[in-house]
Design a protein around this ligand. Structure first.
Ligand code: UDP
Length: 336
C-alpha cells in the first residue's frame, strides 16, 4: 500500500519560485504549510484558501519548533534565501547568515522530529566559472561569489546530515528562472528587480528608461552573455518530481534544472520586442562583475533520474507569461 502523503513545509513559499511551486503542490492535492518572513515574499502570491501560512523566520528556533510540533511535516522544500549576487559580494555575512546559518535551525528541527526529506533550491552559481558547457552535475564546484558559496556550503551540510542521521536531500541547481504562471495570477516581483526579462519588460512598459546590456564583447556569437532560461512552472514541476524521488526511497543527489538551450541577451531582447510589439531603447554598459560568458545546463540527469524535462523551451513563452503578469496583476498593484 502506498505511504499516505504527509504535510509539506515550504520555506520561502511566498517568493517567486516558491509561490509557483506552492500553487502546483496545492493543485495536486498536497497539504502545504508555508513559512515565510515576507521580507521578499508576498502574502497575496499564495492561494486564497487551503494553504496554511505562518509568517516568520526560519532562524527563529522557537517558531520553527512550534511549526514542527503542530504540523509534523513529512518533507521540507527550502526556497527561502537571499539571491542578489552583487549584494552578496559587498555584504557576505548577510548571505552566510541567511542562506547558510538560518537553515541550520530548520535542519536541527528536522533531526529532532525525524523529518528526513529535504528539497533544496540550489543554483548553477555553485559551479562558478564554467570549464565546459553544457554543464552537468559533475562539473567542478568553485563558486565565485558568496551567494553561490552559501548554497554550495549548504549542499555540503546536507550531505553530512545524510551521513550522520539519514537526511535525504535533492539539490535542485536552477539555471535562469524566468516566466510566470501562464494565467498571469502570480509572477516575478523583486524589489529591486535586476533580472534580464523583467527589466526588459519594465523598459517596454516605460517604467524604466531602457535596457542596459552589460557587455557586448564576450566570446559568444553576438558578443552578449548566453544563459539557459528555465520557466518557473517547469521548476515547480521538478519539485514535484524530486518529492516523488524522495518518497520512493531515493537518495541524496544533485540535479541541474535547465532546458539545455542557450540564448544571448540580444536574442532575448529581440524575442521580447516581438512579444510586446514595443521597440526597447538599449544602451551598452560595461560587463557586470561575476558574469560568465555562457551558462547552459545539461539536463540529462533530470530526465534519467526524475523523468523531468522542461516543457517551455522557447523563451518567448517565458516572456509572454511575464508580460501578461506585468500588464495584469503586477501592473495593477503598481498602479500603472
Ligand atoms: N543583463 C543585462 N542587463 C540587465 C540585466 C541582466 O545585460 O539589466 C544580463 C546579465 O549580464 C546576464 C543576463 O542578462 O548576462 C542574465 O542576467 P540575470 O540577472 O537575469 O540572471 P543571472 O544570469 O545573473 O542569474
Amino acid at each position: 500500500m502506498a505511504e499516505a502523503k504527509g504535510t509539506l513545509l515550504v520555506t520561502g513559499g511566498a517568493g517567486y519560485i516558491g509561490s509557483h511551486t506552492v500553487a502546483r503542490l496545492h493543485e495536486g492535492g498536497e497539504r502545504v504549510v508555508v513559512l515565510d518572513n515576507l521580507v521578499f515574499g508576498h502574502r497575496e502570491a499564495l492561494p486564497a484558501a487551503g494553504v496554511t501560512f505562518v509568517q516568520g523566520d526560519m532562524a527563529d528556533a522557537g517558531l520553527v519548533e512550534r511549526v514542527f510540533a503542530e504540523h509534523k511535516p513529512e518533507a521540507v522544500l527550502h526556497f527561502a534565501a537571499f539571491a542578489y549576487v552583487g549584494e552578496s559580494v559587498t555584504d557576505p555575512l548577510k548571505y552566510y547568515r541567511n542562506n547558510l546559518a538560518a537553515p541550520l535551525v530548520l535542519l536541527e528541527a528536522m533531526q529532532r522530529h525525524g523529518c528526513r526529506r529535504f528539497i533544496f533550491s540550489s543554483t548553477c552559481a555553485t559551479y562558478g566559472d564554467p570549464v565546459r558547457v553544457p554543464m552537468n552535475e559533475e562539473h567542478p564546484q568553485a563558486p565565485v561569489n558568496p551567494y553561490g558559496a552559501s548554497k554550495w556550503m549548504l549542499e555540503r551540510v546536507l550531505k553530512d546530515c545524510d551521513a550522520a542521521w539519514g537526511l535525504k536531500s535533492v539539490f535542485l541547481r536552477y539555471f535562469n528562472a524566468s516566466g510566470c504562471d501562464p494565467e498571469g495570477r502570480i509572477g516575478e516581483d523583486h524589489d529591486p528587480e535586476t533580472h534580464l526579462i523583467p527589466r526588459i519588460l519594465m523598459a517596454a512598459k516605460g517604467e524604466i528608461e531602457g535596457l542596459t546590456i552589460f557587455g557586448d564583447d564576450y566570446p559568444t556569437p553576438d558578443g552578449t552573455c548566453v544563459r539557459d532560461y528555465i520557466h518557473v512552472c517547469d521548476l515547480a514541476s521538478a519539485h514535484e518530481k524530486a518529492l516523488a524521488h524522495l518518497r520512493g526511497g531515493g537518495g541524496t543527489t544533485a540535479v541541474n534544472l535547465g532546458t539545455g538551450r542557450g540564448f544571448s541577451v540580444k536574442e532575448i531582447l529581440r524575442a521580447a520586442e516581438q512579444v510586446t510589439g514595443v521597440s526597447i531603447p538599449v544602451t551598452y554598459g560595461p560587463r557586470r562583475a561575476g558574469d560568465p560568458a555562457e551558462l547552459v545546463c545539461d539536463p540529462a540527469k533530470a530526465k534519467a533520474l526524475l523523468d523531468w524535462e522542461a516543457g517551455h523551451k522557447d523563451p518567448r513563452s517565458h516572456i509572454e507569461s511575464a508580460w501578461r503578469w506585468m500588464t495584469g496583476p503586477r501592473g495593477g498593484r503598481y498602479g500603472a
